[in-house]
Write a protein that binds this ligand. Structure first.
Ligand code: FAD
Ligand code: NAP
Length: 533
């Protein structure tokens, strides 16, 4: 068992952990990063399923912290695919010489706060032990894949893969019959990509999702050049925006214009691609009438694209308001159902009873056989990776106990009773509701500035105060409840994991407004945090 002392331990080497390491090392701290995977990259290392790509344009979904990096890097597509993202991630790791402080293939299993020494004692599955003043969880919001609660997977004799843990050598589906469970973002991308490759594709859909077109294509180099010439102000606009992106966020209520004007605006936004549609009007996720108008527009688009009216109806989401789950951003998804080799099976009306040695069986007894099974069944989001670690703060209290009724944080950055522990894009911050690169950089900058403050003021600990945490949790709930978002059975609500408390976990107050709150807290001498010498 090796044992070392560090200033900071970082858990995870995705975009968050990599930038944390770069900043903290540059500020003179000794840092050890642990990463469970055999390489850096997080989400983009693990999610190698066919068609995996970003839903935010790459000139925006990229690091802004280094001007030479953002000037020199050229994206080849508007929405980069996973291989290009991994090239970018590897380039960043090499460019900033990050690998020497990252221990790969090492999972942190426990982090306990030693109150006498004011230090975190961290243990890994490789037998190493590190003592550090600060511990930062950069463990990812979508890093724990979830297998479906269906019996019989172990009996299945074909090959099966979860999209979030895809084989690194890829999977050749040529000429095969394939079944896929799920119709979230991962499934939408996978289905669209493999439909032309496979012999037969059967999609098992429980709940349809709203999907908008990306209009992906080659990067527009002229546009990229223009952005680069004013990248600083472009990034600043993203930081100050609602969702960390540079869309024109309409301030017009949907019902304040005529039906024709509304239609024209929806159509224009649909043509822009991606999340621009979600902000066509200011109140699409707050006013039920506005929301219904948007949903109705998308339903019509689905019906226009899908030839079989029965299939089209099945693909129209009707059980949750528009935009209350993360929108899928696709490249030809709905048209896939016009192919002869693609079949949509509704497993809401006839649920999957069991996975069998040859395929699966529905409750009605109808059986399906296929050579390969894809599980696009999502993640134990936001809390899954944290709960997988035995995290104990003051009085040996566990994070699991503190969060037994749902996550409780102050600003999504710290938890009362857990001094010097930080979460990057944790519950209670805009996080998964945003372009996450903007949220990640904001959290990393805030946390590293905070650690510098603690060091420069000769302090031992910084810790969220309980009443500040309570007030923040109330505020997060209040802002969430003012929207339609809690109405959906989404992973934002923990609804995809049986037994998980139903709490709207991210903060929907907006990225720009949230940043101002975080900065004001600092300006007021870390208001709501206890600072101890
Ligand atoms: P991650 O990338 O999840 O990295 C966390 C790392 O921590 C992982 O490598 C994991 O192995 C490691 N880890 C976890 N627990 C431990 C432990 N106990 N010990 C050691 N290591 C551990 N966001 C967007 O804004 N736009 C997008 O287009 C977008 N697309 C996405 C597509 C997919 C398929 C998924 C799953 C998510 C997507 N996201 C997107 C969200 C995405 O997760 C973030 O954008 C971002 O990549 C998160 O970076 P991260 O470093 O915070 O977390
Ligand atoms: P997801 O959105 O949670 O979707 C999981 C799917 O599996 C749902 O359709 C779900 O149906 C289905 N499912 C789960 N268990 C099932 C069962 N027992 N029987 C039938 N169906 C079952 O997960 P995801 O698609 O991996 O996406 C998660 C998030 O990652 C996204 O929301 C997004 O934030 C991010 N992501 C982004 C992109 C991108 O475009 N850049 C791509 C992939 C992922 P129900 O809805 O009925 O539960």
């Amino acid at each position: 068992m090796s044992s070392t002392q560090q200033d900071v331990v970082i858990v995870g080497a995705g975009f968050s952990g990599m930038y944390l390491l770069h900043r903290l090392r540059g500020l003179g701290f000794s840092v050890q990063v642990f990463e469970a995977g055999p390489d850096v990259g997080g989400t983009w290392f693990w999610n190698r399923y066919p068609g995996a790509r970003v839903d935010v344009q790459s000139i925006t979904y990229s690091y802004s912290f280094d001007d030479a990096l953002q000037q020199e890097w050229e994206w080849t597509e508007r929405y980069a695919a996973q291989p290009e993202l991994m090239r970018y991630i590897n380039h960043v790791a090499d460019r900033f010489d990050l690998r020497r402080d990252i221990q790969l293939a090492t999972r942190v299993t426990a982090a306990h706060f030693d109150e006498a020494a004011n230090r975190w004692e961290i243990e890994t599955d490789r037998g190493s032990h590190v003592s550090a003043q600060f511990c930062i969880m950069a463990t990812g919001c979508l890093s724990v894949s979830r297998l479906p609660d269906i019996t019989g997977l172990e009996s299945y004799q074909g090959d099966w893969h979860h999209t979030g843990a895809w084989p690194h050598d890829g999977v050749d589906f040529t000429g095969k019959s394939v079944g896929i469970i799920g119709t979230g973002s991962s499934a939408v991308q996978t289905i669209t990509t493999i439909a032309a490759q496979v012999d037969q594709l059967t999609v098992f859909q429980r709940t349809p999702n709203f999907s908008v077109p990306a209009w992906n294509g080659h990067a527009d180099h002229e546009l990229a050049q223009q952005v680069k010439e004013s990248y600083a102000s472009y990034r600043q606009r993203a930081r100050e925006s609602f969702a960390g992106d540079i869309f024109d966020f309409s301030q017009t209520p949907a019902m304040s214009v005529t039906a024709d004007e509304r239609e024209a605006e929806f159509e224009r936004r649909w043509g822009l691609g991606g999340f621009a549609f979600l902000v066509s009007f200011v109140d699409l996720v707050t006013d039920p009438a506005a929301n219904a108008a948007a949903a109705e527009f998308v339903h019509r688009k689905i019906r226009e694209q899908v030839q079989d009216p029965v299939v089209a109806e099945l693909l129209c989401p009707k059980d949750h308001p528009f935009g209350t789950k993360r929108l899928c951003v696709d490249t030809g998804y709905y048209q896939v159902y016009n192919r002869d080799n693609v079949t949509l099976v509704d497993v809401k009306s006839d649920p999957i009873a069991a996975i069998t040695p040859t395929g699966l069986r529905l409750e009605s007894g109808t059986a399906y056989a296929f050579d390969s099974l894809i599980l696009a069944t999502g993640f134990d989001a936001m809390t899954g990776a944290l709960f997988a670690i035995d995290i104990r703060g003051r009085d040996d209290a566990s994070l699991q106990e503190h969060w037994s009724a749902g996550p409780r944080t102050y600003l999504g950055l710290q938890v009362s009773g857990f001094p010097n522990l930080f979460t990057i894009t944790g519950p209670g911050s805009p996080s998964v509701l945003s372009n996450m690169m903007v949220s990640i950089e904001q959290h990393v900058d805030w946390v590293t500035d905070c650690i510098v403050y603690v060091r420069d003021h000769g302090l031992a600990t910084i810790e969220a105060e309980r009443d500040a945490e309570d007030r923040w949790v109330d505020h997060v709930n209040e802002v969430g409840a003012a929207t339609l978002l809690p109405e959906a059975n989404s992973w934002y609500m923990g609804a995809n994991v049986p037994g998980k408390p139903r709490v709207f976990m991210p903060y929907v107050g907006g990225v720009g407004a949230y940043r101002i709150i975080c900065d004001e807290v600092v300006a007021k001498g870390y208001e709501g945090f206890a600072l101890k010498a």
